[in-house]
Design a protein around this ligand. Structure first.
Ligand code: GDG
Length: 462
């Protein structure tokens, strides 16, 4: 059995439960093959030389963790300026927020080369390399240039925008060409694959050999959708755990006479938080029977606070939730509970289960795991209703959710009202269908489907 090597910007110790479902699922595959997980250590060397960084090796059970430090200059250009200041907004259709002049691309390339150099020294000839996310698109091209011939796959966790929009990124051709150094590129949705196919067909001049096969620069690449899932069993076990049950009981007690709605995400402009608060305000205005009852608990956990766009969003949300509470609140009822803090993972399922409705309404999202976690945490006998943005990758799979366009405030409010009033039998039916799908296509299915495709690809393209 070949050894699996996972590469991602951050590395998690898969033995720690706080690591989350993805880290645990990758950790299991790594453990089976005595694998290696490679990435940034999280440490920044002040005054360090760009393009250099110390390598740390650590054993976590059967898995080896290999991490590299970054100099301040590399960190700021690769991570802050280019990955989060340019790629994240462009890939989420937000050209207006991309700082193309920050000059981070050179640092992005330098760190990808540094990673490739450090990783090459650790690779064995028959390793299978699985690279994750937008921070590391050119990694395989760097490794190939150094003579590495291992099988390599890449998975993009975020969306790929339509070709015209992607073409606005000055480095888009170089990045999309560099993907041809991989044997397999995985996307979250069929929509992303369609965008990729059109982009490389038109802009890169690739031959589109089939739905999933592309040829350019003498190299055949397979590109396919592998919608990521959650570990349903693990999440349901968490739901039965002490912390989640306590949270659930406490909320049920506190909100016995009210209807709870919940939103949980990192505070990020892709998640559609201001639009959601506006839809909730419209719900209170247009359906006044919800006054004194409907309460939205919105968790917006801190994220990327040193990027300017995030600070602006934070103050917008504070002022919007303040305005709604000021306008509609009563002495004994506040419509919005906005919480800018991280909630412990063990308590999260209790919050999901107490909520009659989940509002998962991103403007754009690769997949969105919160939608799936909400479904997994419900009581099948009395489940809540998922209101989901049609612009989340998850909408391709979760047809039984109530789909909305988050830009359409009036209709979103109308749909939330429908969710609040949905009869039990319909809630049960929809929930059963949703749960069935997220169980069949869980995170283990995702991992195995990707790895099986990666093992096959080489045979086809050799
Ligand atoms: C990227 C893509 C894609 C959130 N707040 C708290 C907390 N969370 C947890 C959730 C969930 C995870 O973080 C968020 O996952 P999402 O998928 O919703 O979104 P991103 O973070 O943007 O992830 C996304 C994903 O990668 C996987 O490929 O689906 O499209 O953008 O697990 O529960 N967890 C805790 N406290 C919080 O306050 N403990």
């Amino acid at each position: 059995m070949s050894r699996l090597v996972v590469v991602s910007n951050r590395v998690a110790d898969p033995r720690k439960t706080a690591a989350g479902g993805l880290a645990v699922a990758l950790g299991q595959a790594l453990e089976r093959s005595g694998g290696l997980w490679f990435g940034w250590s999280g440490h920044i060397t002040e005054g360090g030389t760009p393009g250099e960084g110390e390598l740390h090796l650590q054993q976590a059970g059967a898995v080896q963790l290999a991490t590299v430090d970054l100099s301040r200059e590399d960190h700021d250009s690769y991570y802050l300026n280019y990955s989060n200041g340019v790629l994240w907004p462009v890939l989420h259709n937000r050209l207006d927020l991309a700082d193309f002049d920050a000059g981070g691309f050179a640092g992005y390339q330098r760190v990808n080369r540094l990673f490739a150099q450090r990783l090459k020294a650790l690779l064995r000839p028959d390793d299978i390399v699985w690279v994750h996310d937008y921070h590391l698109m050119p990694l395989a091209a760097e490794l190939r240039a150094m003579g590495c011939e291992q099988r390599m796959g890449f998975f993009l966790h975020v969306p790929l925008p339509p070709p015209q929009l992607l073409a606005a990124l000055p480095e888009s051709d170089r990045l999309m060409r560099s993907l041809f150094a991989y044997d397999l590129v995985g996307f979250q949705s069929r929509n992303d694959v369609a965008h990729f196919s059109r982009y490389v067909g038109v802009e890169v001049g690739a031959d589109v050999l089939g739905e999933h096969e592309f040829r350019a620069h003498g190299k055949t690449l397979r590109a396919q959708a592998f919608p990521i899932g959650i570990d349903v069993e693990e999440f349901q076990a968490l739901t039965e755990g002490k912390e989640a049950r306590e949270m659930h009981e406490q909320l049920k007690r506190e909100y016995a006479r009210r209807r709870l709605l919940v939103g949980v995400e990192r505070l990020d402009y892709s998640k559609g938080l201001p639009q959601r608060l506006k839809a909730f305000r419209t719900l209170l205005q247009n359906y006044p029977e919800n006054k004194g009852s409907a309460t939205l608990i919105q968790i917006a956990s801190p994220s990327r606070e040193s990027v300017d766009a995030y600070a602006a969003l934070r103050s917008e949300l504070e002022s919007l939730s303040g305005a709604i509470n000021g306008e509609h609140g009563e002495l004994d009822w506040m419509p919005v509970r906005y919480i800018h803090r991280n909630v412990a993972r063990k308590r999260l399922p209790g919050l999901y289960r107490a909520a009659a409705v989940a509002l998962v309404t991103p403007l754009r999202d690769g997949m969105n795991l919160v939608a799936k976690e909400y479904v997994a945490a419900q009581d099948p006998a009395d489940p809540g209703v998922l209101v989901l943005s049609r612009f989340a990758g998850a909408a391709e799979q979760l047809h039984e959710a109530l789909l909305v366009n988050p830009h359409d405030t009036g209709r979103t409010a109308e749909t939330i009202q429908r969710a609040l009033q949905m009869p039990l039998a319909e809630r049960q039916q929809r929930h059963a269908a949703l749960l069935d799908r997220i169980r069949t296509q869980d995170v283990h299915w995702w991992r195995e489907a990707f790895l099986a495709a990666l093992r096959e690809t080489r045979k086809e393209s050799a």
